[in-house]
Design a protein around this ligand. Structure first.
Ligand code: PLI
Length: 468
């Protein structure tokens, strides 16, 4: 019989007090931050759901690993532990460490991309597309159409549309495609998974044309859980077995250890090709450090090695996904528009439907993230027109179909009671949505603008009583 009630598969040994603020204080803080939640100080936040990146709580086993950090410049013991863990769990032959995911993206894109090429991918991610474009490629979105529709309930909304990939190969030629970039799960689509069948088919098609398949492995354990839950033939397979099979359909991957690997910093590039490995070792020393640390301290590598074994624990990942879903279902029950099905790392509010009176050019998702902060001190993130940035050729804004606010759940950090508070606040904001007005952009950086952009409301917002 399926369990109705579920609880954290861990108990709390250390606590970190968090502070509450008043709504009046938050008015000032959000104004000072240019209505950008990235620019709010952490101390001014009550429940921090900005990201699940680098925000995990480590286990006692990982903390104890920090004490055996071997801080040698070369050949650290902890590097060998990390290399072993990656080879064993992901199944690749070679590993190059990096300080975080974008370090690996930089290496991969610099080595594999030449100007005037095309990198197809299942929806863009901000830093990933930046590195591809920076090296002269054009990103081409080959995700299934359902991924761009927040209400479409496809079980594997991260899947590649094989005909879109085939059409691109026919149009530009396989020699103009350095690799296919396949994210498992797809962050910007709402943390949506790719099915094992789809990964297999993408690999088969690419093999036919001699094109490499590079995974963005950032949240692959969450993807594995959805396969176990939803795909025929995988119910009785362990998460560890599913992860191993997933990577058998890849030639390599970039990885942000700050997510799945349950650490606060770290990443890697992994691959099967010896030549690519050699080139990555040549380049890693320029940007990251020796091929035996890649920007990480010995202790960081030990924590990550241990996190890699913990992340494939079936009970851990089941709880993680169910915690995110618990929040999502509370919001759905209250009529709040969210991306469905609920994804792996976050609940995504659909700002288009939530604030249907604000046109996309007036940054509804940016306004909504600011409004949730004002209401309760809960911090979340814009994932819409601001994050999408501008087209590299014309400088025009991308106008993504998805205009979302990501309410991201760090791993092993918050309890179900925190989720209740978050739900209450978002529901309160939903009831007061007509009081929220559009924004204008007053500062933007030339790339990855969402991190530092500043905004002002186009007209004053009407006050409402916050939940906290
Ligand atoms: O933040 P990094 O450099 O360790 O990783 C970059 C990165 C690559 N791919 C994907 C799918 C990501 O989600 C990602 C980073 N994501 C962040 C920071 C986030 O808040 O989602």
């Amino acid at each position: 019989m399926a369990k109705k009630v579920f609880a954290e598969p861990y108990r709390i040994k250390v606590v970190e007090p968090i502070e509450m603020t008043t709504q009046e204080e938050r008015h000032q803080y959000i104004k000072d931050a240019g209505y950008n939640t990235f620019l709010i100080n952490s101390k001014q936040v009550y429940i921090d759901l900005l990201t699940d990146s680098g925000t995990s709580a480590m286990s006692d086993n990982q903390w104890s690993g920090l004490m055996i950090g071997d801080e040698a410049y070369a050949g650290s013991e902890n590097w060998f532990a990390l290399e072993k863990a990656v080879k064993e769990i992901y199944g690749f032959k070679y590993v190059t460490p990096t300080h975080q995911g974008r370090g690996a993206e930089n290496l991969l894109s610099t080595i594999m991309i030449t100007p005037d090429t095309y990198v197809p991918g299942n929806m863009y991610f901000t830093t990933t597309r930046f590195h591809q474009e920076h090296n002269g490629a054009t990103f081409v979105d080959i995700i299934i159409d359902e991924a761009h529709d927040s209400a479409a309930r496809h079980p594997f909304k991260g899947n590649v549309d094989l005909s879109k990939l085939q059409n691109l190969i026919d149009k530009v030629g396989a020699d103009k495609i350095p690799y296919v970039s396949l994210a498992v799960t797809v962050n910007m689509a709402g943390g949506q998974p790719v099915s094992m069948e789809n990964m297999r088919q993408v690999k088969e098609l690419c093999n036919k044309h001699n094109i490499s398949v590079m995974f963005d492995a950032t949240r692959c354990v969450e993807n594995a859980y959805f396969i176990q839950e939803r795909e025929a033939g995988y119910t009785n397979k362990s998460i560890k077995e599913i992860v191993k099979e997933m990577f058998s359909y890849a030639d390599g991957c970039t990885m942000s250890g700050k997510k799945d690997c349950l650490v606060n910093i770290g990443g890697f590039l992994a691959m099967n090709d010896e030549e690519l490995y050699r080139k990555s070792c040549e380049l890693v020393v320029v940007y990251e450090g020796m091929p035996s640390y890649g920007g990480m301290a010995g202790r960081d590598m030990e924590a990550m090695a241990r996190g890699i074994y913990e992340m494939v624990d079936d009970d851990y990942i089941e709880h993680r996904i169910k915690q995110v879903r618990y929040l999502g279902e509370k919001l759905i029950e209250a009529g709040v528009p969210v991306v469905e099905p609920i994804g792996g790392h976050a609940v995504f509010l659909d700002a288009r439907r939530f604030l249907s009176h604000i046109p996309q050019e007036q940054f509804p998702a940016q306004a909504l993230a600011a409004a949730v902060y004002l209401d309760s001190g809960v911090r979340c993130m814009e994932r819409g027109i601001v994050s999408a940035g501008r087209k590299k050729d014309t400088g025009e804004n991308y106008m993504p179909k998805l205009e979302l606010v990501r309410v991201t759940i760090p791993r092993r950090v918050y309890t179900l009671s925190h989720m209740d508070v978050v739900a209450e606040s978002i529901i309160n904001v939903f009831r007061n949505r007509d009081k929220i007005k559009g924004m204008k952009l007053v500062y933007e950086a030339p790339q990855l603008r969402f991190f530092t952009a500043r905004f002002e409301p186009l007209e004053p917002w009407k006050e409402w009583e916050g939940t906290i």
